[in-house]
Design a protein around this ligand. Structure first.
Ligand code: F6R
Length: 610
């Protein structure tokens, strides 16, 4: 989720590029850079780690005078956040200079091929590989369009690329796949950006490029090409959002935007970790067969929603890999003197990588000699740096305080680890692995199908606007899903809610059920379907207003109360789908109660204190 900008015209490029990058700051980044072509032709790259102000100082000192250039804010995915890994990247002699959003899946293979052809690399990034690949084809043909076309055919993954060629002054070349690229024109000037806010100051008439398309920007305008390199025309779109709405991509809140981003980030995560042959690969994380065989127990330790990911993973990992899994709240784990040895793998899950209790738990585990693995979203964060091994989720920056897309990516990474472990320990056969991978790949499509009906959840939420107490009940994996559903609701709507293992209700909590008490059931597990149905009937008999989220194919719930369905999927992965309606319901209850959805009271995005 990096940011891209570009400009060609008659004004000083640095001001326009830096201003554009500033407009993309809200997305989060850890380094930034620009490339400007001097009036005499040479391209100068200036980049720096950290805030934009660091880059601005360097730009002020170098003061390049050119009127064309590209810029980038980086959210690290390949390689830590430092000056070398920052964009723009360049091929030898600055022949090709470019910025990139997205992930090149086969960058390791391409890097090896380019190394054989004599290329050397200065950074750890997939982007540098991509720029060298374009350089290679450009050297072969001397034709920019042809070079992009060939590179496009060789690259697997997602990209929005903006490229300068040293011998093509006055031109910026772009191409995109599964990563946004928006272009704008205004007499004698052309602009590009990965997100609308960076363009609004200059133009409100923009072109949205589609997958596989390429384009060249110049002072004469923009020429678009289809995937084969044939000239095409795109339709102009007029944007009438204000800047705040534009930052949210037209959504009312970041939380809703991030809920809607889930199908894309899940698809990206799958592409990142599952290669084209259907093998799970945690590149660079040293998840070797020897490592998997070195422990005989797993402890998952985290806080809040990340802890709920652990609760789901316990079921999944124990089921698939038949290895015992404990789940702990980090603030408890760190003080309870846990019994650990080198045979216990401790997995710390954290979006921010800075949560104080999770970091302390990691240190406790290391002190006791347990191997540690961090599942983290923010590259280079404290937990990522201190853990023995790290796997990064590729959710991109999450801005709303209540996590949604990071939660979903954490869950997916844990699913993949469970599968990989099960394969290595010989606990699953190849056919079942491929079946389960196929089902994982269906998640983005099925999430899209749920999101298409998001207004239904708005209608359902209206029933709960005045309730002060709610109960979420489920069994097995659905109980774990209830924990997250309940937290989502309470943290942004301030409605008191509790998640209960349905079978546990009659051991106390059922005495709270009264006429009209709202109870939300989640029922996605065929093996437990009858059991949860009986539990829901029990609360209905005592007056509860029951609403159940049911997986397609499970019957009998409509006789108990209102229902809504999610698409059928292997029950092991059902929580990845059931969480989406629950996020939407929490969101719409919060909106309906007129609350600050993105910044709920008393909460912070990163909890760096105990
Ligand atoms: C809830 C939420 C929190 C976090 C928790 C851990 O929506 O976002 O419960 O999950 O504070 O944060 P990280 O994952 O950054 O360690």
């Amino acid at each position: 989720m990096c940011g891209i900008v570009g400009y060609v015209g008659d004004e000083k490029a640095t001001d326009i590029l830096l201003d554009g990058l500033e407009k993309l700051e809200y997305r989060g980044y850890d380094s930034a850079g620009i490339a400007v072509r001097h009036p005499e032709g040479a391209i100068e790259v200036i980049k720096e780690k950290g805030r934009l102000s660091n880059l601005e100082k360097l730009v002020a000192e170098a003061a390049p005078q050119g009127t064309e250039g590209i810029g980038h804010t980086r959210w690290a995915t390949h390689g830590e956040s430092n000056q070398l890994n920052a964009h723009p990247h360049h091929s030898k002699g600055d022949r090709v200079v470019g910025v990139h959003n997205g992930i090149i899946e086969n960058f390791a293979e391409l890097k090896a091929e380019l190394t054989d052809k004599g290329y050397t690399f200065y950074s750890e990034t997939d982007t540098e590989v991509c720029i060298d690949l374009i350089d290679y084809y450009y050297r072969e043909s001397g034709d920019a369009l042809d070079a992009l076309k060939h590179a496009k055919a060789a690259i697997h993954g997602s990209y929005a690329l903006a490229i300068l060629f040293d011998d093509r002054p006055g031109e910026i070349w772009v191409m995109r796949k599964s990563s946004p690229m928006i272009l704008g024109v205004a007499d004698g000037r052309a602009y590009l950006a990965s997100d609308v806010p960076a363009l609004l100051k200059h133009t409100r008439d923009v072109y949205y490029m589609d997958d596989d398309q390429m384009a060249t920007l110049s002072r004469d305008g923009i020429q678009f090409y289809d995937g084969e390199g044939h000239p095409i025309e795109l339709e102009l779109t007029h944007i009438d959002w204000d800047i705040e709405a534009a930052e949210k991509g037209g959504f009312d809140h970041f939380m809703l935007k991030e809920i809607f981003e889930q199908p894309v980030v899940i698809a990206n995560t799958l592409r990142h970790f599952v290669d084209t042959n259907g093998w799970i690969r945690f590149k660079g994380s040293h998840m070797t067969p020897d490592f998997y065989k070195s422990f005989d127990r797993v402890h998952i330790v985290a806080c809040g929603s990340a802890y709920h990911v652990g609760c789901v993973s316990k079921y999944v990992m124990e089921e698939l890999a038949r290895i015992p899994v404990d789940v702990d709240i980090a603030s408890e784990f760190r003080y309870r003197n846990p019994i650990l040895s080198e045979k216990d793998l401790v997995i710390i899950i954290s979006q921010s990588g800075e949560t104080a209790d999770s970091l302390a738990a990691l240190r406790e585990a290391k002190k006791q000699g347990a191997p540690t693995l961090a599942i983290v979203n923010v590259v280079g964060s404290s937990i990522a740096r201190e853990a023995d091994r790290v796997i990064y989720t590729v959710a991109g920056p999450e801005i709303a305080v209540a996590t949604t897309k990071a939660y979903s990516c954490q869950l997916l990474v844990m699913d993949l680890i469970a599968l990989d472990l099960a394969v290595t320990l010989g606990r699953i056969d190849e056919a079942r692995v491929q079946e389960l991978l196929g089902e994982l790949k269906s998640i983005p499509r099925k999430m899209d199908a749920i999101l298409k009906h998001h207004e239904d959840y708005k209608a359902i939420a209206q029933h709960y606007l005045n309730d002060e107490h709610m109960y979420y009940v489920g069994r097995g994996l659905d109980y774990a899903a209830c924990l997250e559903a309940s937290l989502k609701l309470k943290e942004i709507s301030y409605v008191h809610s509790e998640a209960y293992a349905a079978g546990e209700l009659k051991h106390g909590t059922i005495s709270l059920i009264d006429e009209g008490t709202p109870v939300i059931g989640i029922a996605t597990q065929p093996a437990l379907s009858e059991k949860i149905r009986s539990n829901l009937l029990e609360v209905k008999t005592r007056g509860a207003a029951v609403f159940t989220l049911v997986m397609e194919g499970l019957d009998g719930f409509d006789a108990i109360g209102e229902i809504t369905t999610i698409p059928a999927i292997d029950p092991l992965w059902a929580t990845s789908l059931s969480v989406v309606p629950m996020q939407l319901m929490a969101y719409y209850v919060s909106v309906g109660r007129g609350l600050d959805v993105d910044k709920p009271r008393n909460l912070a995005k990163s909890v760096t204190v105990e």
